[in-house]
Design a binder for this molecule. Structure first.
Ligand SMILES: [Zn+2]
Ligand SMILES: [Zn+2]
Length: 356
């Protein structure tokens, strides 16, 4: 038997239920969860700020070890490296079919038959759909990756959401080497973006966050300068000789940050939006400015398998120069899940880790 934390809805107690050990059938892989970190979207769902099919098992930032293969399961990871029982793996947040319209458009995260770990209704036939459990059953169409030994569980858990999303943004920006980068928001994603942009050779990594503690932390994650929203316009003007920034990474999720990003991008600049995952007021857009300044504006939601590969390469390589372990504030056991959520809601900017 194994446990799964059932989320019935906001303001309902989390239920720790026991179910028989699942059997991996077809192309499934049974994974024993080593660690699951609570992502901000888990907290949004838990608090009722966003909805998803219920009941469910939350948790999608997961690292675990392979316990069983279904008869048709892939025995190699996405890079072609053999997978064996006991291998420590990370996997894409989503399982995609690979053949539908959006999969063929290189948008696997928008697959027409998408399955998203930690976001699906659990059923009696398969309760192990999220990371707050003893096991997760991986579906066909999930890209798996070995996790290098150098990356501790708590850091590896964040790879398949926070780190991979940032990797996808940097790829969509066409790289940041020798370009100055403005990062709006210095929470877990913003700090990750700061470190990745620094490691990728950005000429300057400029960070903005209203919280002085977040601004201070940004320096340890490679930021060249960190500004409050009030200081931002003057700071960017001074740092860029009045030209503006080449790449804006919006990870704040507030309309004012999006507006600032549109204003502060230089001619030919790219603005990538990934922070806004809840309804937000509309932002004015001046078409003439867009034309004359030749701006590119792009939204990013989740990522493709190659971005998770880049995320893991980063965490095992240049990422080790940055204090990623400090992003995880506290670790709780699965039986203390209520306390874990309570702590997570009270400590924005930090991940809370849950170990079964
Ligand atoms: Zn997430
Ligand atoms: Zn598809």
């Amino acid at each position: 038997m194994g446990r799964a934390v059932i989320f019935h809805g906001p303001n309902c107690p989390l239920e720790i239920a026991r179910f028989p050990r699942p059997t991996a059938v077809g192309a499934e892989i049974l994974v024993r969860v080593a660690c699951c970190t609570l992502c901000k979207s888990d907290l949004h769902t838990h608090a009722g700020r966003r909805t998803q099919p219920l009941p469910t098992v939350l948790g999608h930032e997961i690292v675990g070890r392979i316990e069983a293969f279904g008869p048709r399961a892939q025995r190699r990871d996405f890079r072609g490296v053999a997978l064996a029982i006991g291998a420590r793996i990370s996997w894409t947040l989503t399982a995609s079919c690979g053949t539908c319209f959006f999969c063929k458009e290189a948008l696997p995260q928008k697959c027409e038959t998408l399955f998203k770990y930690g976001h699906e209704r659990m059923g009696p036939e398969q309760p192990f759909v999220g990371g707050l459990a003893d096991w997760v059953v991986l579906r066909e169409g999930t890209a798996c990756f070995h996790v290098p030994d150098a990356v501790p569980d708590e850091v590896a858990a964040c790879a398949n959401c926070a780190t991979a999303t940032v990797a996808g943004m940097l790829r969509a920006a066409g790289g940041v080497a020798d370009r100055n980068v403005l990062i709006l928001g210095a929470g877990v994603l913003g700090l990750t973006a700061s470190a990745m942009a620094c490691a990728a050779g950005a000429s300057a990594v400029l960070v903005c966050d209203p919280d002085p503690v977040c601004r201070e932390r940004a320096r340890a994650f490679g930021a060249t300068a960190a500004y409050s929203p009030d200081e931002l316009a003057a700071g960017i003007a001074a740092a860029t000789g009045g030209r503006g920034v080449g790449v804006v990474l919006e990870l704040a999720g507030v309309a004012s940050a999006v507006e600032a990003g549109l204003t502060l991008a230089r001619i030919g600049g790219t603005i990538l939006l990934a922070g806004t995952v809840l309804p937000t007021p509309a932002v004015p857009l001046d078409p003439e400015q867009l034309v004359r300044r030749m701006l590119t504006i792009r939204g990013m939601h989740n990522y493709a398998p190659q971005d998770l590969a880049a995320a893991l390469d980063f965490l095992a390589g240049p990422g080790r120069a940055f204090p990623f372990e400090t992003l995880v504030g506290q670790t709780f056991s699965l039986d203390k899940i209520e306390q874990a959520f309570e702590h997570a809601h009270g400590t924005p900017g930090f991940r809370v880790a849950v170990r079964p």
